[in-house]
Design a protein around this ligand. Structure first.
Ligand SMILES: C[S@@+](CC[C@H](N)C(=O)[O-])C[C@H]1O[C@@H](n2cnc3c(N)ncnc32)[C@H](O)[C@@H]1O
Length: 365
């Protein structure tokens, strides 16, 4: 059957529009001023997008079971709750999910736990609490910013950490409750966090070069370099693969530390400058982004890709860089600039080889 001229024209038109959009998208991404104008977003639309995405992600069983089956995560929270919840405490469990942290707090003597969640998983949390005969927990289907308890609470309990620490709006959500409904001297569990951004070499067997660096069976891809994607998402590699990273080039140290009792969400730095002296030579393939949560000096939860006790359900992020080889003693200066910490697409980074030694300069908030 022959294709009608009208159909042929519409196919031609839609193919043309698709390629113009693909080409234009890259061109626009390369020009943030124009991108902001073409793809307008406001604080409200961003917040709404986050709520819809987050609520849907946690509504089903899959995310919840990954978190519950993460033994280092659950051991950390069980120990933190045993240490930090005192008999008679009034507690908010911010983002209760299946209600596990609220149940542990009630078991440790909390007088009243408000278990908040904006996702539909809350219906299951309520039924689970009945099945497990948990008392003293009041489930509230709400976004935390819309919740005010009858009286202020002693503790805010939460697990709001994204793979890159900030990408589940932990700081804004906790700070909002802290400023409105936490008693003076009240506790936030956990409150101390370290954010890491470390230059790494990827294991040779796991390296995926940029496409323009490839030659496959004599077939050369280098001509694609002029089409280098400008969309930053292309340069993020999310992984839970414990075998991905071969080694850190430098000695890992927090690039940023925060205490949720005092941090101001507006006060997070717009740029981090991280300097590392290379202690193990190798090829720089990217920057590994991960975090550590601490309760006191002896209790911690880590997502470090090289820590055998890392909490496995969290991914870590590899911010891909152009590959360079470094020798022991070389200095690397990393700059991570961030428009919005919650939005990974607004992060930009660079790595520069420094001549001559310079002191380590990490930023703490
Ligand atoms: C990472 S899960 C943790 C679940 C549970 N606390 C646990 O430890 O297993 C985060 C939960 O917080 C909920 N959530 C995220 N932001 C929220 C907010 N601002 N208000 C209420 N619920 C929120 C999500 O729907 C999700 O169920």
């Amino acid at each position: 059957m022959s294709i009608s001229p009208l159909r042929r024209f519409s196919l031609w038109l839609s193919a043309g529009m698709r390629s113009a959009l693909a080409w234009g998208g890259d061109w626009i991404w390369a020009r943030p001023g124009i991108a902001r104008w073409i793809y307008p977003t406001t604080a409200e639309t961003r917040e709404e997008d986050y709520r819809v995405h987050n609520g849907a992600m946690f509504a089903g069983f899959h995310e919840q079971e990954r978190m519950l089956a993460d033994r280092p995560r659950m051991a950390f929270y069980a120990a933190a709750i045993a240490r930090m919840i005192r008999p008679g405490d009034r507690v908010i469990d911010l983002g209760t999910g299946t209600g596990i942290l609220a149940a542990l707090a009630a078991r440790h003597g909390a007088a009243h736990v408000y278990a908040l969640d904006h996702s539909e998983i809350l219906t299951h949390a309520q039924a689970l609490a009945v099945a497990n005969r948990v008392e003293n927990v009041e489930f509230v289907a709400t976004h935390s910013t819309a919740f005010t308890p009858a009286e202020k609470v002693d503790v805010i309990l939460h697990e709001q950490m994204g793979d890159c620490l900030f990408d589940e709006s932990m700081v804004a959500n906790v700070a909002d409750l802290r400023d409105r409904v936490l008693k003076p001297g009240g506790r936030i569990v956990p409150s101390d966090f370290e954010f890491y951004c470390e230059p790494v070499m990827v294991r040779d067997s796991r390296v995926v070069p940029f496409i323009w660096e490839l030659e496959v069976q004599g077939y050369d891809y280098s001509s694609l370099e002029r089409h280098r994607p400008q969309n930053p998402g292309y340069y993020h590699l999310a992984s839970t693969d414990a075998g991905l990273v071969d080694h850190f080039l430098g000695d890992p140290a927090p690039a940023l530390t925060i205490d949720l009792h005092t941090v101001n969400p507006e006060g997070l730095p717009a740029e981090l400058v991280i300097r590392r002296t290379v202690i193990e030579a190798g090829r720089l393939d990217g920057l590994a982004v991960f975090f550590r949560a601490r309760v006191g000096d002896d209790l911690s939860l880590s997502t470090n890709p090289l820590d055998p006790r890392r909490a496995p359900h969290w991914g870590f992020r590899l911010l891909r860089t152009d590959r360079q080889v470094f020798a022991v003693g070389d200095e690397i200066e990393i700059r991570l600039s961030v428009e919005r910490w919650t939005e990974l697409s607004s992060w930009r980074w660079s790595c520069v080889r420094q001549r001559g030694a310079s002191p380590l300069a990490d930023v703490a908030v």
